[in-house]
Write a protein that binds this ligand. Structure first.
Ligand code: SF4
Ligand SMILES: [Zn+2]
Length: 402
């Protein structure tokens, strides 16, 4: 099996061990967004997404994913999951597109018991939504589950968001810290498509240890890769800093910096008009001044991509318009905005390109700090050679998918 890096797993487990349990009265959150869900030109949709309390993602508990924090509750039984979702659905009589998911994996029975999952699909089938969407790791999907889900939804289009993050295996293992392989991803998209469902890829901009230029290039390459390997649409997430993550630990020590929204605009520009037809955006307008985005206390937001106070509102408005279905013209207009913060961003990219060591050297340097300061010199002295040799495997010097 494709392995996440052992240092990242140990560091995440150590940080998450101190994470507070989510407050008892948090049962669900409802998020509404104007989005496109098909390649443009396509209709603007109102996506209502219900996130419900669950035990959390089992990959989070295993120490994966440097940027994530989605496992801070007790086991939630079938009855409680069903009543939370039922209550959330009473908030509206009409739905356009409806998403219902735990923060982790809808199809993982260790997080959502099969009985609860089936009841949720039945409740969704009763609504007037055209589209039903949920989130899953590719590994927890199976042909039988997909077939059964499509049947239960009685004609609604099934969208499954798969957290691909990156299609470069080295970056996935040693920067993101996720055990997902491109083979599992390909198998899942093929099975979903065979059954008339729509695979959507969640793709990260701003994995740790990458320079801003590497982050842009890696994301551009991954989106192109995902769209030629089965994805109906890609959802691009500029990374935030959440509490109780290894990313937060790195950010507190100036080893991590969130990508600028100018990097997000630049990613769209490089993708161009044809590819961006199949790209949507998410979590680009979060702000640490509103740290509890979904009313949870165990998941505080510490930092988020932005520009500067002078141009932020204009940039966010442009990105909102893009997300709601506007054509590439809005991306071109965003690239034409002049602002001092954009010049600083361009200068930072040029300086990093001129001065940064190669990625494997930077990663090992950062690991040395994590190893000694977070995990302890005794452990790191024993493990450094092994982790160092893991970094050598398949390092091509490139951050784009092979
Ligand atoms: S990114 Fe996805 S797989 Fe990784 S810990 Fe978070 S919810 Fe789990
Ligand atoms: Zn600005």
């Amino acid at each position: 099996m494709f392995q996440a890096n052992s240092l990242i797993r140990k560091a995440n487990i150590s940080i998450r061990a101190r994470r507070p349990r989510e407050q008892e009265n948090w049962r669900y959150a409802v998020r509404r967004q104007q989005v496109t869900m098909d390649p443009r030109p396509s209709v603007e949709r109102t996506l209502t997404f219900v996130y419900f309390r669950s035990f959390g993602c089992r990959f989070d508990r295993a120490g994966e994913c440097t940027m994530c924090n989605y496992a801070a509750a007790e086991r939630v039984d079938t009855g409680n999951i069903i009543s939370s979702v039922r209550e959330a659905l009473r908030e509206q009589n009409h739905y356009d597109a409806l998403g219902i998911s735990p923060f982790g994996n809808m199809f993982d029975v260790s997080e959502v018991p099969a009985e609860a999952r089936d009841a949720i699909f039945d409740m969704a089938a009763e609504t007037d939504a055209n589209i039903f969407s949920c989130e899953s790791r590719p590994e927890t999907l199976s042909t039988a589950l997909i077939e059964e889900t499509v049947d239960r939804l009685r004609g609604k289009r099934l969208f499954v968001n798969l957290g691909l993050e990156t299609a470069n295996p080295w970056v996935q293992a040693h920067c993101v810290g996720k055990s997902l392989s491109t083979e599992s991803y390909r198998a899942a998209t093929a099975t979903l498509r065979e059954h008339g469902a729509y695979p959507v890829s969640n793709i990260l901009l701003g994995a740790p240890f990458l320079t801003e230029e590497e982050a842009i290039e890696s994301t551009v390459g991954t989106i192109r890769w995902a769209l030629t390997n089965g994805s109906h649409l890609c959802v691009l997430f500029p990374s935030n800093v959440k509490g109780w993550t290894l990313q937060e630990w790195l950010w507190e020590r100036n080893i991590y910096r969130v990508p600028s929204l100018w990097s997000l605009v630049e990613t769209l520009r490089r993708l161009g008009p044809e590819t961006t037809r199949s790209v949507a955006l998410s979590w680009y307008s979060a702000s640490p001044t509103d740290p509890h985005r979904l009313d949870q206390v165990s998941d505080p937001l510490r930092d988020a991509p932005t520009t500067c106070p002078q141009c932020r509102e204009t940039v966010i408005r442009g990105l909102d318009a893009f997300n709601a279905g506007a054509g590439f013209g809005v991306v071109t207009r965003l690239t034409e905005i002049d602002c001092a913060c954009k010049d600083e961003w361009a200068e930072r990219i040029a300086t990093q390109a001129a001065t940064a060591d190669s990625l494997d050297v930077r990663v090992l340097e950062a690991y040395d700090r994590i190893g000694t300061e977070l995990l302890g010199t005794a452990w790191w002295d024993r493990q450094r050679g092994k982790v160092r040799s893991e970094l050598d495997v398949s390092y091509s010097g490139s951050v784009v998918p092979l």
